[in-house]
Design a protein around this ligand. Structure first.
Ligand SMILES: [Zn+2]
Ligand SMILES: [Zn+2]
Length: 148
């Protein structure tokens, strides 16, 4: 009798144990089901947003792209106007090449003195190639170089 009771108790606790396990498993399953539903709803609303006729996301993406584009354009423009493109040049007609007027060199690598302004109209040189004055059309030649 006593032995039978012990067996019964063991069986009961065993059942209880498995019951607790199955309840836990069920709870976990329903929990993950809730999580799954949550992500499914999130995904569905994402798809809804993408497929909506006037897509808000497209507007957001376009506006941010436009902002990035404008930012890049302005920063490139600034760097161009500040550093890489000088306003005035010292020009060597021999080499058809110029350097920024702000540079300290007065003589070209070939030994020719740089022109800083047009010998004809005395305007500052604003281009570093082409061998011709941008204002009066005077053609820069070796003969036009002033002699010290
Ligand atoms: Zn030169
Ligand atoms: Zn000129």
């Amino acid at each position: 009798m006593h032995k039978k009771l012990t067996t019964y108790t063991k069986k009961l606790f065993g059942d209880l144990h498995s019951a607790i396990i199955s309840i836990t498993v069920l709870a976990l399953l329903s929990g993950s089901g809730i999580v799954y539903h949550f992500y499914k709803n999130l995904w569905l609303s994402l798809i809804d947003t993408i497929q909506s006729p006037t897509p808000l996301w497209a507007t957001i993406v376009l506006v941010s792209l436009l902002g990035v584009y404008v930012y890049i354009r302005t920063s490139r423009f600034h760097s161009l106007s500040n550093t890489s493109k000088p306003k005035y040049y010292k020009y060597c007609p021999d080499c058809d090449a110029g350097i920024s007027a702000k540079k300290p060199e007065n003589y070209c690598q070939c030994g020719t003195k740089y022109l800083e302004k047009c010998p004809s109209c005395s305007k500052k040189i604003i281009r570093d190639s082409g061998c011709v004055c941008s204002f009066c059309g005077h053609v820069f030649e070796m003969s036009s170089i002033p002699v010290d």
